[in-house]
Design a binder for this molecule. Sequence first.
Ligand SMILES: Cc1cc2nc3c(=O)[nH]c(=O)nc-3n(C[C@H](O)[C@H](O)[C@H](O)COP(=O)(O)O)c2cc1C
Length: 185
Amino acid sequence: MSKPKILFQLSGSIACYKACALISKLTQNGFEVQTVATLAALEFIGRSTLEGLTGRPTFINIYEPQRAMDHIHLSRWADLALLCPASASTLNKLAHGIGDDAVGALFLSYELSEKPYWIAPAMNQGMYHHPATQESLRRLESWNVKILHPESGHQACGEEGAGRLMEPEKIYAAILEYFSMRQTS
Ligand SMILES: Cc1cc2nc3c(=O)[nH]c(=O)nc-3n(C[C@H](O)[C@H](O)[C@H](O)COP(=O)(O)O)c2cc1C
């Protein structure tokens, strides 16, 4: 059987380092992982880390030579798309159909009624509770996007509250469950 294909997208949150552990776990356990990063995500982790973990070039710039149409091809390639971590800015952009970077363009070309698209927000509690963010989350859910709801607790900025990335182990378990159910159905 071919390996399940995960389109693993990262946006600019301090939780990018946690996402690397999840990528590593996925690749070690038989998943094929294609990473996509916003420019802000690359302020937090290096492209080489993502490429070293996956053995595949990271998709960053839709205008990069040799990658024309990857914002369509990678959408079709994926069995499951995951935005992890989802920054407030990127998830608000997605909820408004803005496709001015690789993550946004891939989202617009993704067939939401056909395949799963999951979002794992990670942000300061104020950004999370902001009406723009809350409305975007509701909107995205109404489009068949699954939200991996963040957890509460201590935040990197020193505040307490909701907005911590769901534990990578839990996200991994949800992915495993999805693919095991798909196999049996
Ligand atoms: C140290 C630092 C940590 C940040 N952490 C987060 C975060 O966890 N979540 C978030 O939404 N934004 C965070 N930001 C702000 C985003 O990086 C910023 O809004 C950026 O424009 C997001 O870009 P992107 O959505 O295109 O990736 C952080 C910024 C800095 C400087």
